[in-house]
Write a protein that binds this ligand. Structure first.
Ligand code: PLP
Length: 424
């Protein structure tokens, strides 16, 4: 059963009573997890960077390239029609996954980065002028900072930043004061990749809409951990990356409300995004094709649809409960390590744990853990302003997905103890 996401806190609480999620059963679906690395069973704790792929996604891609492959749209032959049906069917699958109202509100892009650049370069180019303002938060991934900085610089507009507190929670009381008649868009992450913070996005959207300001939610870290309903959220734009939700790389989604997408100028020019071309004048295609110039990532979209169908085959309450239980267990075990400093202790968190370990550089933590077959990520996680906020250059980050278990956490804890032994 899939539930509708009402409120992040309510769902996280309700998930406690959900049926038990069988992580071992899910694990069995992911061939990459069944291998040894440096002589030990692989423990994959880097899913916030990219998730592993279930067999059904691999098989779908293989079947598409083996028997169904052709370019899409305008083809009169059999294979082109099959490929077109699969590609447009994938769009419907995404629409249903996000509970968008219309298929045309789903634009296929390369990933969240391209989705945000698209909005900045089209909505931004047409709606932002000198002296206008764009609001982001201090915990954004660079993908939700730099595209806005670029358009603000070009237009003489100003980027304003909602601060975070020492726990990694947004200081929401500052937010409403920041909105002015010059605010053109608010762009915030739903879940932080560097801190794991789950933002109070309904409140942000409610406040912004009270001033008629549209809101873009960066869903790169939320779509695989929380139920998403764009109508219920009432966000104006939502983005996701296929590779972070068990799908292929190079494919992602921009959801936009129809009236906004229709108003926006095209992104890139080329084939498919036009209705007619002469040297004097081009007439653009309708949405979503207006934003999909050139041959799209056909296989990627079809693979993404397979991933979303796979994901929706699980009880979402049970999945949320499983990941929350794992995060709580890992938090408790890591907090027992004296030398460890947790970076990000927000009220609501999902999926990721960032930490530092005395003076050990996070890259050394990552390298020593790797020698034990444990994959984590070390660095600034493309969120340098977050690192600056906490006065550190980098963190080590362990991130969880449906296939992780308590045993993985125990291996991580033992691994960290070995790191400490090396450095003391
Ligand atoms: N936003 C957030 C919060 C992310 O975590 C990421 C990737 O880690 C991105 C945006 C960029 O996603 P992609 O590299 O798939 O475009």
């Amino acid at each position: 059963m899939n539930t509708t996401w009402k409120d992040d806190t309510v769902t996280l609480a309700r998930s406690v009573n959900a049926v038990r999620f069988d992580a071992e059963k899910a694990r069995a679906d992911f061939p990459a997890l069944h291998q040894d690395v440096h002589g030990q069973r692989l423990v994959y704790l880097d899913s916030a960077a990219s998730t592993q792929k279930p067999q059904v996604v691999i098989d779908t891609l293989s079947e598409f390239y083996s028997r169904q492959y052709s370019n899409v749209h305008r083809g009169v032959h059999h294979l082109s029609q099959i490929a077109t049906d699969l590609y447009e069917g994938a769009r419907s699958t995404v629409r249903s996954f996000l509970n968008a109202r219309h298929d045309e509100e789903i634009v296929f892009v390369r990933g969240t980065t391209e989705a945000i650049n698209l909005v900045a370069q089209t909505f931004g180019r047409s709606e932002i002028g000198p002296g206008d303002e764009v609001i982001v938060s201090e915990m954004e991934h660079h993908a939700n900072i730099v595209p806005w900085q670029m358009i603000c610089q070009e237009k003489g507009a100003q980027l304003r930043v909602i601060p975070i507190d020492a726990n990694g929670d947004l200081q929401l009381d500052h937010f409403e004061e920041m909105i002015t008649p010059r605010t053109k868009i608010v762009a915030v992450t739903h879940v932080s990749n560097a801190l794991g913070t789950v933002n109070p996005v309904r409140e942000i959207i409610r406040i912004a809409h009270a001033y008629n300001v549209p809101v873009l939610l960066d869903g790169a870290q939320s779509s695989q951990h929380l139920p998403i309903d764009v109508q219920e959220l009432d966000c104006d734009f939502f983005t996701l990356s296929g590779h972070k939700i068990y799908g292929p790389t190079g494919i992602g989604v921009l959801y936009g409300k129809r009236e906004l997408l229709e108003r926006m100028p095209p992104y890139q020019g080329g084939g498919d995004m036009i209705l007619s071309v002469t040297f004097e004048k081009t007439t653009y295609n309708e949405i979503p094709y207006k934003f999909e110039a050139g041959t799209p990532n056909i296989a990627g979209a079809i693979g993404l649809a397979a991933a979303l169908k796979y994901f929706r085959g699980f009880d979402i309450d049970a999945l949320v409960a499983h990941e929350k239980e794992l995060l709580d267990y890992a938090t408790g075990r890591l907090e027992d390590i004296d030398a460890l400093r947790m970076i990000g202790t927000a009220r609501e968190r999902a999926s990721s744990l960032s930490f530092t370990l005395c003076a050990v550089h996070p890259h050394d933590i990552g390298t020593i853990l790797d020698k034990q077959g444990i994959a984590i990520r070390a660095g600034h996680h493309c969120a340098q302003p977050v690192m600056q906020k906490f006065g550190i250059p980098a963190t080590a980050r362990a991130s969880f997905a449906m296939y992780n278990t308590r045993e993985d956490v125990d291996r991580l804890v033992e691994g960290i103890k070995q790191v400490l032994e090396v450095f003391t």
